[in-house]
Design a protein around this ligand. Sequence first.
Ligand SMILES: Nc1ncnc2c1ncn2[C@@H]1O[C@H](COP(=O)(O)OP(=O)(O)OP(=O)(O)O)[C@@H](O)[C@H]1O
Ligand SMILES: [Mg+2]
Length: 758
Amino acid sequence: MFRKAVHDHSSAKPLHPSNRVLNTNNYTATKQSSPIAGTKRKLDVAHGGQSALGSLHNAVYFDENDFDDDDDLDFEISTPLSRSQNAVQASTETIILSSSSENYPNASNTNANTKLDFSAKDAQNDIKYPELPQLDDMSQEQLPPSSVPIPWSSSPVSHHQPPQQKRRKLPWEQQQTDTNADRYDPITPAATKKTSHKAEMPWNKTASTVKDEQKELRKLNKKRLAAVADTHNYKPQARVASLFLSDEQRAVLEAVVERGKSIFFTGSAGTGKSVLMREIIKKLRDKYRREPDRVAVTASTGLAACNIEGVTLHSFAGIGLGKESAAELVKKVRKNPKARNRWLRTKVLIIDEVSMVDGDLFDKLEEIARRIRNNGRPFGGIQLIVTGDFFQLPPVPDSSNRDVKFAFNAATWNTSIQHTILLTHVFRQKDPVFAEMLNEMRLGKISPRTIEAFKKLSRPLDFHDALDATELFPTRAEVENANGLRMGRLSGEVLTFHAQDSGTIQDIQMRERLLSNCMAPQVIHLKKGAQVMLIKNMEDTLVNGSLGKIVAFMDEATFDYYRNNEDEFTGDGKDGSGDEATSQARKRIRALAHVKDGGISTSRKWPLVCFTQPDGTERHLLCQPETWKIELPNGEVQAQRSQVPLILAWALSIHKAQGQTLPRVKVDLGRVFEKGQAYVALSRATSQAGLQVTGFDPRKVMVHSKVVEFYTNLSNINSVVRRKTSNGAKNATSEGTKVEELDDDFDEQGSEYISGFV
Ligand SMILES: Nc1ncnc2c1ncn2[C@@H]1O[C@H](COP(=O)(O)OP(=O)(O)OP(=O)(O)O)[C@@H](O)[C@H]1O
Ligand SMILES: [Mg+2]
């Protein structure tokens, strides 16, 4: 018997807390963006390479010959650049030191909000990673959290946030802490603690004293964390809070994890496919924890693969570009012991963003699986878990100019996929009117009313904070040009951050190629005032896709000091006011850095970013390097990149934006040329208020007829199921979702569809 979840769209409700709680540390809900209200602040520090999320247990299977990248996807076609635009681009590459008087218009806002006044010229230029500061020798458990609400923050403490007890004690709190160890009160406002650091200022201590004290302090904090964890039933390592999966999502989870079904789950943008996939991966990893290489996590493109911490389908398969016939590819795989072994060991093959998988490739893989495994069942008996939305980006056309062939057009699709499930509840857009407008766009059937509504969105966005909309472009050149122009308008110094790449692959070029699909670039140039996007999940409100502005560059010691003595910088503290107080504070920081570095002032500066959270509050994060790994199941790290987890975010390619949830988006539909592009671009937005569309023309909303046909067939089957449901629904959950028991026959038939309603 197979239990089918049929979701009544009309009764779809937000998730109910009574649902089963799942630990979903790798992702989080991004709440609806709302106009910015207030400037509540939190200060955080991200610790590079120490993230719980950074330690991947993914089945990653790269052979040195198995490379492909996403170069084709950020289309190279672009409008020719003007002479001045070219100049800007060139200067971007060679580090811009523009002192244009035309400052970024909102930069003053940022400063006004944060009242930070760190001069960029204090910042160290051209930071090389080999000189990364040694993080304290703390274990994962001992590490302070990446994000720590400051004690005086007026932001309400969300139930998702780690308890404030995790705040790391600072050197100048040592004396107080040590003497008051047994009555440690982590929530005491900093103001009440501030006197103690004046008793023995850290810059009066020797480096070795500070080191010893820190060691003691870490021990003490570890104890405290354990106590806090006990009291609050809280896991210190967890950085991202759990989400409640919807009934639809849970039905899929159960079918694939507990019942081992081969499933394709689909649904419009924002229906939680990626969230669900991450949960599935987590559960499967748990299920196969003794044999992690049984689960192969793949995606159609390098970027999509990186997003789920997996590899490309090509890399997994060991087929290079995969252009040869299936027979030749089988020979190729047989000659490659690693690839052959992967095919033999794999029990579950996960494929994300399947809309970009070519149909012929799907058939070839199916044949390779059967022949290598010497097993006549579809895909040689491997369980397939496939997701994506065929209305989004299609496979990259090859040079043969043949008509596009989607994965569902593959001859073996229907035999390989036992069940298709349609997720229907849209999480990304909470406004049902907007969700429906996007749905019409997805299907390519836009009513006159929706056309009018989209045309109205040509107005500039009405936000009065420091953040601009992220402009989405079809080509990479347009993106680089737009970001370069905005960087050029900022005065101040450019800081360049080089990634530190490593791994067991010795061939540097191969490693670079492998890592080129990473969201994190090898080199990134940043300036104070630059708009950036976070590309790692840090916490529930600081996630991959969060937008912010760089407000300063500072080292950890300065940040710690600032975090605890903010009023000295803002000039409204007891120690003085205005510039004098700030300059005094800076002097103390310099002295502190000197002591911390054992007398040699070599402190590294990292971007301090003010992120705007979904509820409109602000949160500061010192963005230190994070790690992206490509790791074999046996733990061998083939390639690894450490880089600050940021990219410039005034502009983004549609390809890079695929899968993202963005609070403010600007799209010029006049530039769009590929089917699915318009829908992908617009459906990133969470609300109409956060979307500006120029050049709206319904003819730009191109939908492939084969895709329409595929989904129409799904809908027809849905109608059959719908009738069945209306007559024979057996259960109704608290959310109004009907759960139907299906016949064994239906379950075992193979290529039947089990789905919700469109
Ligand atoms: N069960 C859930 N509860 C709350 N929020 C959710 C849930 N599932 C997904 N979301 C949120 O909805 C948004 C969209 O989710 P997700 O990116 O997984 O959608 P998607 O179907 O993969 O979209 P796309 O097709 O654009 O890639 C995210 O902000 C995510 O956090
Ligand atoms: Mg997705």
